[in-house]
Ligand binder design. Structure first.
Ligand SMILES: Cc1ncc(COP(=O)(O)O)c(C=O)c1O
Length: 467
């Protein structure tokens, strides 16, 4: 693929640029964004075009999309064949709903997804987003217990600092206080257990400590009141937190001991992100339900899914029973056609195999940054890694709220972007830089990422010392 330099692509006139800026500031309410922070001196970043692992802003400047557009465009940008699949579908059947009707693409996609899932997760309920998939999983878990005469089982346990979405049910599972407080009271029955970030654990702590805290919590809540546990295979928020060896096997045992459903929230961890179709396959555990979204369609069009095991599906499959839940657009034929094409690409290009082959190089590039004193930890799996930033590497002292604010928002986010790298500088938990490049990336892009990170982190460390 021809590679263009940051400056030379599709320059737009300042007029066009500033017009978009003005219109955006006046009318576009961006998600999770401090709209008041944008003014004539602080432009809204406008991404106008994309190709392969690169995106271009409205001035024509090129960026390496080190976040796959928020963990979405796993097969890279600009695959026109996805558009062709969408156009062909629109010609054949523009839209019909999955609400009491089926259509060929949703059927084919459900079968294809079921073939790829671990174990007997054979029943695919399509949604339009990750939050909706989590919402459907919470509802089906509660409903499943109810139809079995255990209606008091309504509680959902998740992990501290985990993100599971923003709709009211999913938000209950989300474990990030500032995202919840403005909207409380939450759905009743949510509680949280420690996550698996062991960076500051005492050296003699048992490897399965976090799993045992889940057991304690189920006992504390009263096992007869707990419907499900929802966990990501590798937790995103808090900075790509992997499980300890044996963690999910122990979680599975605990869920079985107490009759609690295990939901693997794979909105990020599915579709090759960890080198497998599903994250549960990487860590070799069998969930009862998987939630997915984002890269299912390569994100060229929105689609999510809640995928249930035979046992979870069974009571909804006979007689007059049904799952009284749905949405008009779930399983949209155009989204299903794009997802099918996306899964063809995964198979044709062996994207999961590509990640497994190259993830070591990706990891090594990040490990090589450990000589910069601000780098306190490097962690993750597949093409999903984080660097945790610390003030003192020996004591692992982190940055307080004001320091994080200054470091991440005042310097790192802007500087990385200015130097042509899109990644995530995040402080949900301790401050981290997260990277999740498109799965098509290889050594050339890793080198590009490493060069920018080294320059910016060295400068950040100098600034920290000067403070
Ligand atoms: C693990 C997880 N679950 C759920 C969601 C919510 O997905 P969406 O933003 O599509 O609603 C996200 C979004 O990032 C996520 O990472």
């Amino acid at each position: 693929m021809a590679v263009s330099t940051p400056q030379d692509v599709h320059p737009q006139t300042d007029d066009a640029g500033s017009n978009l800026q003005e219109m955006a500031r006046k009318h576009l309410w961006m998600h999770f964004s401090r709209m008041g922070g944008y003014d004539d001196q602080h432009e809204i970043p406008i991404i106008a075009r994309a190709e392969g692992p690169y995106v271009y802003d409205d001035h024509g400047k090129r960026y390496l999309d080190g976040l796959s557009a928020l963990f979405c465009c796993n097969a890279g940008h600009g695959r026109t064949e996805y558009g062709e699949a969408a156009a062909a579908q629109i010609k054949e059947l523009d839209f019909y709903t999955n609400w009491s009707y089926a259509h060929p693409r949703a059927i084919e996609l459900a079968e294809r997804v079921a073939e790829l899932t671990p174990g007997d997760l054979n029943h695919v309920f399509f949604t339009n987003s990750g939050s909706e998939a989590v919402e459907a999983a919470i509802k089906v878990a509660r409903n499943w217990h109810r139809v079995h005469g255990r209606g008091q089982r309504h509680k959902i346990i998740s992990r501290e600092v985990a993100y599971h979405g923003t709709t009211m049910g999913a938000l209950t599972a989300t474990g990030i206080t500032p995202l919840k407080v403005p909207f409380e009271p939450s759905m009743p029955g949510g509680s949280h257990v420690p996550n698996t970030n062991h960076l500051r654990w005492p050296a003699d702590r048992d490897n399965l400590w976090a799993a045992e805290r889940l057991r304690d919590r189920i006992e504390f809540e009263g096992p007869d009141t707990v419907a499900a546990v929802i966990l990501e295979p590798l937790q995103n928020a808090g900075g790509c937190i992997p499980p300890q060896e044996g963690y999910f096997q122990r979680v599975r045992e605990i869920c079985d001991e107490f009759g609690v459903l295990l939901i693997s929230d794979e909105v990020i961890c599915s579709w090759g992100r960890l080198g497998h179709y599903f994250g549960a396959q990487r860590y070799e555990f069998q969930p009862d339900i998987i939630t997915t979204a984002k890269a299912l369609t390569g994100a060229y069009i929105p689609m999510g899914a809640m995928i249930a095991s035979e046992e979870v599906y069974e009571p909804f499959s006979t007689g007059s029973a049904s799952f009284a839940h749905g949405s008009t657009f779930g399983g949209h034929p155009v989204a299903a056609a794009v997802a099918l094409r996306n899964l063809d690409v995964f198979a044709e290009e062996d994207l999961c195999g590509h990640v497994r082959e190259h993830e070591g190089r990706f990891r090594q590039m990040l490990e090589d940054l450990r000589d910069i004193p601000i780098v306190g930890d490097v962690r993750g799996a597949g093409y999903f890694h984080a660097i945790e930033l610390v003030k003192d590497r020996d004591s692992l002292e982190g940055f307080d709220h004001d320091e994080s604010e200054w470091l991440l928002r005042g310097f790192l986010s802007g500087e990385l972007y200015r130097r042509g790298l899109i990644c995530r500088a995040d402080d949900r938990g301790d401050p981290v830089i997260q990277l999740a490049p498109p799965l098509t990336c290889g050594p050339e892009q890793f080198e590009e990422i490493g060069t920018v990170l080294r320059d910016v982190l060295e400068e950040a460390w100098e600034k920290v010392q000067a403070e």
